[in-house]
Design a protein around this ligand. Structure first.
Ligand SMILES: Nc1ncnc2c1ncn2[C@@H]1O[C@H](COP(=O)(O)OP(=O)(O)OP(=O)(O)O)[C@@H](O)[C@H]1O
Length: 269
């Protein structure tokens, strides 16, 4: 980690509680994490531990209760196009075509700085990045779930975000489609070099994609239990990796964390 980029995204002693009437729920406690520019970070942890809450804090969709969250030295306290989110279930507008869904995002960010022709080219360029140009005139209801997720990624990328936040984007997809999209994301990350943070429940996905894996303890008041470096060279090939000793070791470390040291126990009411 170089000193100039060390504080690119800085999460400093962040706690998050939700208050509902007189009931206060402490969801996250003392989160400390620094993410480098261009890094790919996976966040893994049992259901309900607070992964989405952490991502929403980075997105600016919810406020920190205490602590500070900064991107390039600037406090994050509202959503912004420099932090685009892709959700598990696509959030495309069903009445607009694929092209128009991306256009909406592009117009929002670039209407003052790109001409109409440049914006058109930019929309097609982003659809091309996820290999969806052929479906530009289709509506979300006319394409598959995997294709909708691709369009969601294109729409997020079209805003040229500094940080791409992925909240379990492939959770609802079949294994084969998921593998194709993982490859697409790795390819985009290699080509654009942007910072990506992805929540996943899938240990193999976490290891395959990430430079570091952030492992969260169980809630309430969850925190970061361990951060694992995945020093496997890129490009990564899923078949070659399956028997790679570093891959096997990383996978085992995550499994041990999740199933031995921080086993999920159903909360007894
Ligand atoms: N707006 C809210 N008000 C009150 N509690 C909330 C709110 N949002 C989330 N929570 C609680 O915070 C905890 C963490 O939720 P979160 O969705 O962040 O977990 P998660 O790790 O992403 O879960 P999953 O893996 O199941 O998606 C849960 O107990 C949830 O009920």
């Amino acid at each position: 980690m170089t000193s100039t980029s060390a504080k690119y995204l800085h999460i400093d002693r962040v706690c998050k509680s939700f208050t509902n009437g007189s009931k206060v729920t402490d969801v996250l406690s003392d989160i400390r994490l620094t993410i480098d520019k261009g890094e790919f970070v996976s966040i893994i942890g049992h259901s309900g531990c607070g992964k989405s809450t952490l991502l929403n804090l980075i997105a600016g969709l919810t406020d920190v209760t205490t602590g500070a969250l900064k991107l390039e030295g600037r406090e994050v306290n509202a959503p912004g196009p420099e932090r685009a989110v892709v959700f598990q279930n696509h959030s495309l507008l069903p009445w607009l075509t694929v092209y128009d869904n991306v256009k909406l995002a592009v117009n929002k960010v670039f209407s003052a700085t790109k001409t109409r022709a440049e914006r058109h080219d930019w929309i097609l360029h982003n659809l091309d990045l996820v290999q969806m140009t052929h479906a530009a005139d289709k509506r979300p209801g006319e394409i598959s779930g995997g294709m909708r997720q691709r369009v969601g990624i294109a729409r997020a990328l079209s805003m040229e975000p500094k940080v791409l936040l992925l909240d379990e984007p492939f959770g609802a997809l079949d294994a084969l489609t998921r593998a194709h999209l993982q490859d697409a994301v790795m390819d985009i990350h290699a080509r654009l070099g942007n910072t990506m943070i992805m929540i996943t429940h899938d240990v193999d996905e976490a290891v395959l994609l990430a430079d570091r894996i952030v492992m969260m303890t169980n809630g309430p008041a969850a925190t970061i239990g361990e951060v694992l470096d995945v020093a496997i060279p890129r490009p990564r090939d899923r078949i070659a990796l399956a028997s790679h000793p570093d891959y096997v070791r990383a996978r085992e470390a995550v499994l041990r964390f999740l199933y031995e040291r921080h086993r999920f126990v159903e909360a007894a009411e």
